[in-house]
Structures are given as C-alpha cells and as structure tokens.
Design a protein around this ligand. Structure first.
Ligand code: GAL
Length: 370
C-alpha cells in the first residue's frame, strides 16, 4: 500500500520507442526513489485510503499535462516533499497516484476515470487543454469528488460550474510585467545592452505553446511594460518553441538577425536555456551576447542566473503552489477547515511571482527544496 506511481510502464515504453532520453528516465528514477523514501517513512494505518477511512489515510490522484515539463516536474517533487512533512505532522498516511497525460486530453480524461474508480478523495488536474475540462468536471461532480486544477488555468465559467472546483496557480500577467521591468532596468542602467547605440532595444521573443494563456499574456505584458518604462523597443522576430526546439529556433533567429539582437525574452527558463545553448554554440563571445531573460526560476534557470548567462528570471513559486495544493487537497480530503488557505472567491489560490537577478539568486537557490 502507500504511494502508487502509475508512470513506470508508460516511461519505459516511451524510452524503448526512443521518445524520451536517458536523462528523463534518470529524473523519473529520482522521483521514484524519493517516493520510496516517503513510503518507508510513513505509517500506513489502513488500506488504500477510501473516503470512509479518510481520517487515517487519504488518497490524492494527480494528472500532469506532461511529466517532463521542467516546471511541472519540479513542482511535483515539491508536492511529494510537502506530503511527507504533512504525514509526519498529522500521522495520516497520504497516498499519491501520479499520472502523465503526455499531452493528450483524452488520455487525461481516462486517467481521471481511473482515479475515481480507485477511490481518490481529491483529484489534482494540470489540464492538457485548458478549454476542455468538461468531461473531468462532469465525472467529478457525478461522484462528488473535489477537483483542484493547477498551473494551466481554465476559464472562470468552467470553474464556476460546480462548488467543489478549485484552482491553484499564478497570475500570468504579473510574470510578464516583472520580465519587462527586468529588461527595462537593464537597458536604462547599462549602455552595453544597446549594442548598436541607437537608443532602441532590439528584441526577439521565444514563445511557449500556442494557446497556453501564460505564453500569450507573458509576451504581451513584458513588451508593454518595457514601453511603459520609457524604453523604445523594436521586435526583430519571434519563434514558438519548447526546450528541445529553442536552441534551433534561436540559431535561426541569429542567422537572420546576427548581432542586431540585443534582448531575448523567453516565456520560460527552458526556452531561455535553449537560447543560451545557441549562443554558446555561436561565434559570439559572452560579452557580445544579447541579454537573455526567462521566467520560472527552475533549478537550471537559477543556475544560469548565477552563472550570469541570463540577466534575470521571474520566480514562479513552485514551492508555494505545491504547498498550497497539498494543504487544500488535505483539507478537502479530511473535511478539514479551509479558512487558513486564503481562498480567493472560495476557489482560487494564486501565488505571486518574484523578480530574480544575480544579486538575489542565492536566496532562491537556498529556498529551493532540493
Ligand atoms: C507555466 C510555466 C511553464 C510551463 C507551463 C506548463 O507556468 O512557466 O514553464 O511549465 O506552466 O503549463
């Protein structure tokens, strides 16, 4: 009994098919080991945690849109760490079934059906398609199991459809504003970022998944904030990418615009790191690099700030979100009091973003639950 991880079969099948790298398998193993540790340390008082024995053992079902998304996988690791702490504090066994939807909404819908059959007390869903939560909401309502949607925000009308639906995440526009402020501050305080000395910040954008509200909103607010801060900007080009594609897309942008690129604004650290890979592979010396700014403050992103490869990033509080989601899931599963949880409109928990530069990166690296 205890933590039951459903990813194993899917991961090895994908690995055999060459869809994922050895590195990812290693990361998966790390998670398994951690979970093994949690299991060993916890006292499982009763079975799988059906709702009738929720006081001694609870069961949380999680489906993530893509287990190998850096931010999401780091958040899941934090979630497991907080669950261990909660078990130690309360003596209640917390069983977590984690499923990887592998970017398919219909797979995710089936996983949610499975979680219901398995007797989960609460469902945590990182939607694949934020516009398509209907099947999940209907099923949850029919079985009276609360759902916490997280990280990929559904539209308000959907969240309003039933009283036991919640959302944990952040306000995407905030991250765009902070990214724009970081870029403006760099340009206004250090002439070297204006490589051609024309008083205009020439930039390219690396945009995330088309249709993901974080991507659209981040770009919009980042650029408008630079302009509002008094920086004249010129967009040279953009590319839609993920971590794997970002290096190639950045190399293409560099071959098109050469050293005219003074700034790279990336919708997340993964893409910023892809851009850095392209810069490292180019003929530019580090002094000639454009300013690169990401969003997320992933472990690797923070390291790039520390190494002065990125001039900054915007911290997407994965620890805060993981902790809030765990506390909410725990409260909902045990029928506990939710009043300490600062629920906005009884439904939302939003954690603020924060600005990270070389000067304060150590704080975030230390604060990391790694
Ligand atoms: C965002 C995050 C991205 C990516 C995305 C997945 O909040 O900044 O890096 O993880 O969520 O939905």
């Amino acid at each position: 009994m205890g933590r039951d991880i459903r990813l194993r079969g899917e991961v090895s099948a994908a690995y055999q098919m060459g869809e994922i790298s050895l590195k990812k398998i290693k990361r998966y193993k790390k998670i398994t080991v951690i979970i093994g540790g949690i299991l060993a340390g916890s006292t499982v008082i009763c079975g799988c945690g059906g709702r009738e024995d929720a006081k001694k053992s609870i069961k949380i079902g999680i489906s993530v849109y893509d287990q190998y998304d850096t931010f999401v996988s780091e958040m899941m690791k934090d979630f497991n760490d907080y669950a261990t702490k909660k078990e130690e504090e309360t003596g209640i066994s917390i069983n977590i079934d984690t499923y990887n939807a592998a970017a398919s909404q219909s797979t995710q819908n089936s996983q949610v059906e499975n979680m219901v059959t398995e007797g989960c007390d609460v469902l945590c869903v990182n939607l694949v398609d934020r516009t398509d939560p209907t099947a999940i909401i209907d099923l949850a309502e029919k079985n009276d199991i609360p759902v916490i949607f997280f990280n990929r925000e559904l539209v308000e009308e959907d969240l309003e459809r039933w009283s036991r639906l919640y959302y944990v995440g952040a306000q995407a526009f905030e991250s765009g504003i902070i990214q724009g402020e970081l870029a403006a501050a760099a340009f206004l305080t250090d002439d070297s970022f204006d490589k051609n000395g024309d008083g205009i910040f020439q930039y390219v954008v690396l945009e995330g998944e088309a249709g993901h509200q974080d991507a659209i909103v981040r770009t919009e607010y980042s650029v408008s904030t630079m302009i509002d801060s008094g920086v004249e900007v010129e967009k040279l080009g953009y590319a839609i990418a993920n971590r794997a594609q970002a290096q190639t897309k950045m190399a293409q942008l560099m071959s098109q615009f050469g050293d005219s690129i003074e700034l790279v604004i990336a919708n997340n650290d993964d893409m910023a790191l892809g851009a850095i890979d392209a810069l490292k592979a180019s003929d530019f010396t580090k002094d000639e690099w454009p300013a690169v700014i990401g969003i997320d403050g992933t472990d690797v992103g923070l390291e790039a700030v520390k190494n002065k490869e990125m001039i900054g990033t915007v911290y997407n509080d994965k620890e805060g979100q993981a902790s809030a989601m765990l506390n909410l899931a725990y409260g909902l599963s045990t029928g506990g009091d939710l009043s300490d949880l600062d629920l906005i409109d009884g439904k939302y928990i939003r954690l603020p973003y924060a600005r990270v530069t070389y000067d304060d990166v150590d704080l975030y690296m230390e604060g990391d639950t790694e």
